[in-house]
Design a protein around this ligand. Structure first.
Ligand code: ADP
Length: 475
């Protein structure tokens, strides 16, 4: 099949979070399964397209709207197309992927550019796979403005908390008549009918809709999870399904990861990586359980629970490392103050930046990875941690509930238990799981070693999930 993804992120060139990992892992696996995969991205000034083989400007498309520069190359068998709708507004020359006041205009312009490009492309793709609100307008554009014959659209919801609320004038700017869509059966927001909702439009106009784990697919059908879109998803339930994300197991592999100080297959080898990490971060080189958090610091991720876990870990005689950064200035400042407080602490280190290389070392060197999210559509950090023999301690929600099976409470066979989980997103919940993990690390070395073995052999590749997507595309 010929599958084209349209997305705002793709690792390693343009990454903010898990969306980027999904685009890389899924498209590479599609190629491995003998399909043609292409990813269309915005031509961001901050993207590192030097990693793309033979990346070059192949044409400038003249349209009735804006001229569009088309840059193309390939990365690990996947065709990478980066589009630059040329406007005085310099949509993608902003030094950042997201966070501009006109993000709605930027991604609507990108979506129109993508559909314009596809309308002129040689050969119509079998399926166009869209990701999140940023690209959810594409099926509507193809239906009402720029016809794309005989193609089908799949929309994946990576996080329903971000829906792309906008006004009719935002659609007017890309050539649609925005007020036409202010209708409850079309794009009118379910909470605020005077406003348009791009994610809702994606659900209404796509042929299939997915989200990134079976549990999250259930959660978003209820008001707390669906955030206003539950009624739309229930209406279109027949075309909606949950497919668990995979992991690019070649990119995330402790046996060959070039960003680790030494590679490892077993617990013994992991010990060397832990020592190197302690040294790099100025932690005392002692045999204490090392608890890590790697995250975007946003409310979804359980900010107060992370702070509590820091104190709890230190009180229990462990070490704590946080690698995270926040797009919200108040949260970033709050954690900077915390980092100052613990600056010279021998058992605690907070590194408040985005740092890909350090992330690999932390996954490799930590004993425990904590993910106390209030909600989590899938979550990739727990999957990566397990590959590196780092035991996940997670809140039982969304994809975390689907992938982490508690040592003490899961009804699965022992070979399948791979971590710890807790139900309530509060201090008591975190303590109930973190205490058990720390106690097992200290007092039951044999069980801990088994747990590491189980988590390292947990199947998390893209092979099966990509097969499910292919079935969906064929359907
Ligand atoms: P989300 O997409 O909500 O941010 P996921 O768990 O799906 O959460 O994916 C997070 C991805 O971003 C992982 O690859 C993780 O390693 C990476 N990541 C998050 N914060 C940082 C950071 N500060 N430095 C490096 N990588 C990070």
């Amino acid at each position: 099949m010929d599958i084209v993804h349209i997305a705002a992120e793709m690792a390693p060139f343009a990454k903010v979070g898990g969306l980027a990992d999904v685009l890389l892992g899924l498209s590479r696996e599609l190629v491995r399964q003998k399909h043609r995969a292409e990813v269309i991205l915005p031509f961001y000034d901050v993207a590192d397209f030097s990693l793309v083989t033979s990346f070059a400007l192949i044409e400038t498309i003249e349209t009735r709207w804006l001229p569009i520069e088309v840059w193309q190359g390939s990365y690990k068998g996947v065709t990478i197309t980066a589009l630059n709708p040329k406007s005085d507004l310099q949509y993608f020359n902003r030094g950042t992927l997201y966070g501009c006041d006109d993000d709605l205009d930027r991604f609507l312009a990108f979506s129109r550019a993508a559909v314009e490009f596809l309308a002129r492309r040689k050969g119509t793709p079998d399926c166009i796979h869209l990701h999140d609100w940023q690209t959810a307008i594409c099926p509507l554009l193809a239906k009402d403005l720029i016809p794309l014959p005989s193609t089908r659209f799949v929309l994946t919801i990576h996080n329903i908390a971000h829906q792309g609320h906008c006004q009719p004038h935002h659609l007017d700017a890309i050539g649609l008549c925005g007020s036409d869509y202010l209708d409850m059966g079309r794009l009118a927001d379910n909470y605020n009918p005077n406003c348009l909702n791009l994610m809702k439009g994606g659900i209404v106009y796509s042929d299939r809709v997915t989200t990134v784990s079976p549990s999250y697919a259930q959660e978003v059908l209820a008001p707390a999870g669906g955030r206003g879109l539950e009624s739309t998803l229930i209406k279109y339930k027949e075309k909606f399904t949950g497919i668990l994300n995979g992991l690019d197991v070649t990119a995330w592999d402790p046996k060959s990861d070039p960003l680790l100080p030494s590679n490892f297959k077993t617990a013994k080898g992991k010990g060397r990586v832990k020592k190197a990490l302690q040294k790099q971060l100025g932690l005392s080189q002692v045999d204490k359980p090392l608890v890590a958090v790697i995250t975007r610091l946003v409310p979804q991720k359980g900010i107060d629970l992370i702070k509590h876990a820091l104190q709890k870990t230190l009180a229990q005689g462990g070490q704590f490392v946080l690698l995270g950064s926040s797009p919200i200035p108040e949260i970033q400042a709050d954690f900077e103050a915390l980092a100052d407080k613990y600056r010279d602490h021998p058992d605690c280190h907070l590194w408040l930046r985005y740092d890909e290389s350090l992330a690999h070392r932390v996954y490799g060197g930590a004993d425990i990875l904590l993910v106390p999210s209030l909600f989590e559509p899938c979550g990739l950090t727990q999957l990566i941690a397990m590959r590196y023999g780092t035991i996940p301690v997670v809140r039982e929600t969304g994809g975390l509930a689907d992938t982490v099976h508690d040592l003490d409470y899961s009804e699965r066979p022992f070979e399948e238990v791979n971590g710890y989980s807790f139900r309530d997103p509060d201090i008591g919940g975190v303590d109930s799981a973190l205490d058990r993990a720390l106690s097992c690390w200290k007092n039951e070395k044999g069980t801990w070693a088994d747990l590491m073995k189980n988590s390292m052999s947990t199947e998390s590749s893209w092979e099966e999930p990509a097969g499910r997507y292919v079935n969906l595309y064929q359907g």
